[in-house]
Design a protein around this ligand. Structure first.
Ligand code: ATP
Ligand code: MG
Length: 445
């Protein structure tokens, strides 16, 4: 806790800390979140970056003369005495008896939406997104991105503890890594370049230097459809690790990271977890199933006739999620050995059955959140696979340096931050879990 000249630094005081200041005079800065006028006094609810604090204004205690020019969303510095009273359950409840108020800034207009209720009632998602800078002032909306921060923080902390080096790869690239049509082209001083679809090629090269690397950064996908799970710019949490014995090493590392993240949310983000009523998944070990086994299960158990035998559609993912929950008591399930035809050129084929790959997806409550796997590390094999995929290896000379001059067995994954947040919070639309979403219809705010 910071104490500066006897004043509490408002941005670092948690509400619980007020117990330590009982009967003392403190100064707290924040927004006026709500004003509730009572007979003879008013409640002024102050909103700081992480909490709301009840302050009581009564003319007999205050040198400040309260008037109607103070409205909600006014920025103030409140000076007052911390006092304790009991709540309905008999717990101590602290509030500030206001001695003085200093107005730091006033809003020019009243807010176009009500943000000071527990949640934003009956407001369309599009309006919430249009008004993001202010709709996020609502405590429940704000909590979403605190949870998202916790997820990233957990990923970063866990990997750092496991000797991964954090890197930043370029987002303006000479080639798209993931193939397909969803790449954004860019005019780069007369030359055609691409926005990064993933840090794939660079993180692989860095395995040759740091052995284990990770990156948390935006990636770009020109998704032509307006779906509830796709964005055109999203945050990819990637890692890549060398000297693996099997692609299962990567799945184990991801399991560890997810356990760490969920535990961090439980221990350090309790307020947000409670506010959003998050059902944090219990993770012990994550079950896995081969792609073809999963297809058979869908056909036999669920009588589902797949339209595509090389990938899953959203409904199939949902059914597999239900199966994992009901039969295996797990919110997560790894699906392994995807068909070679559907995986990118850098994916290693299964030596025992080259039609399939040493790759996996992770489904969380019936939604894909990760793709990963072992990569080709032999130069000749990689060149041959590129040719088979209709690519020109000469254009990938810098990428292939890694393979040409010695690459250990390695692999990694990409985990979509917004997708994980969305499903953890039980949202139907990924945009709800995106700070400022970019989709086919939206580039503002
Ligand atoms: P999908 O099949 O769901 O379109 P993908 O297989 O094309 O996804 P990958 O290239 O495997 O996507 O990306 C790895 C992860 O990144 C995905 O598992 C997902 O969590 C996330 N992701 C991929 N595309 C998007 C997107 N357009 N918007 C948000 N997250 C995405
Ligand atoms: Mg995928």
């Amino acid at each position: 806790m910071n104490k500066i000249n006897g004043q509490i630094e408002s941005t670092t005081v948690a509400f619980e800390d007020f117990a330590k200041y009982n009967e003392q005079v403190v100064t707290v800065k924040g927004y006026i979140h709500r004003i509730r006028e009572m007979t003879g006094f008013s409640f002024i609810i102050l909103r700081t970056h992480n909490q709301t604090i009840q302050c009581v204004y009564a003319p007999e205690f205050s040198s400040y003369r309260f008037d109607e020019t103070i409205t909600e969303e006014t920025c103030v510095e409140v000076k007052g005495k911390v006092v304790c009273s009991k709540d309905a359950k008999g717990n101590d409840r602290y509030e500030i008896q206001i001695h003085d108020i200093k107005v730091l800034s006033r809003p020019k207009e009243l807010l176009p939406i009500v943000v000071n209720k527990k949640q934003l009632d009956n407001i369309q998602l599009n309006t919430i997104l249009d008004l993001r800078p202010i709709s996020l002032r609502n405590p429940k909306q704000r909590a979403i991105f605190k949870i998202q921060e916790g997820i990233q923080r957990g990923f970063r902390e866990f990997l750092s503890k496991n000797n991964f080096t954090e890197i930043h790869s370029p987002k303006i690239n000479f080639a798209g890594a993931e193939g397909g049509t969803n790449v954004f082209k860019l005019d780069y001083f007369g030359k055609e370049v691409f926005l990064a679809q993933s840090p794939q090629l660079y993180k692989q090269a860095m395995v040759g230097v740091y052995e284990r690397v990770f990156e948390i950064a935006p990636v770009f996908r020109a998704e032509h459809h307006d779906t509830s799970r796709h964005l055109n710019e999203y945050i990819s949490m990637d890692f890549e690790m060398g000297f693996i014995d099997s692609f299962e090493d990567i799945m184990n590392m991801e399991t560890g990271a997810l356990k760490y993240i969920m535990n961090l949310l439980k221990t350090e983000y309790q307020n947000e977890v409670e506010l959003l009523k998050i059902d944090i998944p219990e993770i012990d070990s994550i079950p896995s199933m081969k792609f073809m086994e999963a297809k058979e299960l869908l056909m036999k158990k669920f009588k589902y006739q797949p339209t595509d035998m090389k990938d899953f559609d959203p409904q199939e993912e949902e059914l597999l999620g239900k199966y994992a929950k009901k039969e295996l008591n797990s919110d997560f399930i790894f699906i392994t050995h995807y068909p070679s035809k559907k995986r990118p050129f850098y994916t290693m084929d299964d030596p025992n059955d080259p039609e399939y790959t040493l790759s996996f997806d992770l489904l969380f409550r019936g939604l894909e959140i990760t793709s990963g796997g072992q990569r080709v590390n032999d130069y000749d094999t990689q060149v041959a696979k590129m040719v088979k995929c209709g690519m020109n290896p000469e254009l990938f000379e810098t990428y292939l340096m890694f393979h040409k001059y010695g690459a250990p067995p390695h692999g990694g994954l990409g985990l979509g931050l917004e997708r994980l947040t969305m499903h953890l919070l039980g949202f139907k639309n990924v945009r709800e879990a995106t700070l400022f979403p970019r989709d086919i219809n939206r580039v503002t705010p």
